[in-house]
Design a protein around this ligand. Sequence first.
Ligand SMILES: Nc1ncnc2c1ncn2[C@@H]1O[C@H](COP(=O)(O)OP(=O)(O)O)[C@@H](O)[C@H]1O
Ligand SMILES: CC(=O)N[C@@H](CCC(=O)OP(=O)(O)O)C(=O)O
Length: 300
Amino acid sequence: MCSEGIRFKVEDAVRKAAVLIEALSWIRRFRGRYVVIKLGGSALEEEAAVKSFLTDVIFMRTVGMYPILVHGGGKAISKAMSEAGIEPHFVHGRRYTDEKTLEIATSVLANEISESLAQEIRAQGAHAEPLHFGTRNCLRGEQLTLKAGDGTPIDLGHVGYVTDIDQGLLAEVCQADAIPVIPSVALDASGQKLNVNADTAAAALARILKAEKLVFLSDVPGIFLDRHDPGTLVSHLETERCRALIEDGTIDSGMVPKVDAALEALASGVGKVHIVDARLPHSILLEIYSDKGIGTEIVK
Ligand SMILES: Nc1ncnc2c1ncn2[C@@H]1O[C@H](COP(=O)(O)OP(=O)(O)O)[C@@H](O)[C@H]1O
Ligand SMILES: CC(=O)N[C@@H](CCC(=O)OP(=O)(O)O)C(=O)O
């Protein structure tokens, strides 16, 4: 090999070592800490990206962090409903959930998506435990009642919000070296299933656990000031600015429940919230274990 080739090889090796050294302080800092990761339905559509993301989650567990995987599956639920001849209907961003919709949504989330994520984690040589009404339940909730402007209650059907979680169960699963996989379905005090928006379910978990971090993996690189201009990606946001961006419509549609959930989590003690692109290989590792992430971080 010529001297130029040797120099390149050495520089490449030094660069790789530098990445490991940079990760070291973050690995030490986050060891034994919970990080709640929400995988959205849009991100779940890309199989190869999901596999690569799960490798990252296994990495996090292997270096001593406690990742907790919470997932939605809005697109898959809508598809299953259409196949059953039911038109999905959303009220204030929540799916109107009658008996039949509840049956479809909970089956898609728990029996299909949670199980397939857990299977993939196992196929990659790690441990996973789906936690829901059909296995061991983790999320407890109550029916959600929204009010219209004039104060009249809005009927959402079997839609809920998380009031509490089984912290003992989570600790047991994490300490047994497994990665908990949790669909956004809660059980109320009488055992009735409730369909919960997955962003709010993840935020409630992070809030109750006082997690180090809450990470939303979606199908965008982060928050943009102008969605048509990739140069406007914001890498750091504080809560006040987030409120203003929601107010002026810069943050809208599916990003609103995420940022609302982020603000709620930060207000109750979660260290930092990240919004990253699930389609970008290793985005979550770069966000957590390097000095400068690649998505948007939100702090108090
Ligand atoms: N300011 C913004 N920056 C980036 N994305 C935004 C913004 N405002 C709204 N969005 C939208 O939010 C979407 C993410 O929400 P959603 O589709 O509900 O994702 P998920 O399925 O991951 O919960 C993005 O695909 C984008 O269209
Ligand atoms: C009440 C309610 O709307 N529940 C959501 C649960 C899934 C979800 O939130 O999935 P995403 O993360 O993909 O949006 C729904 O039925 O679509």
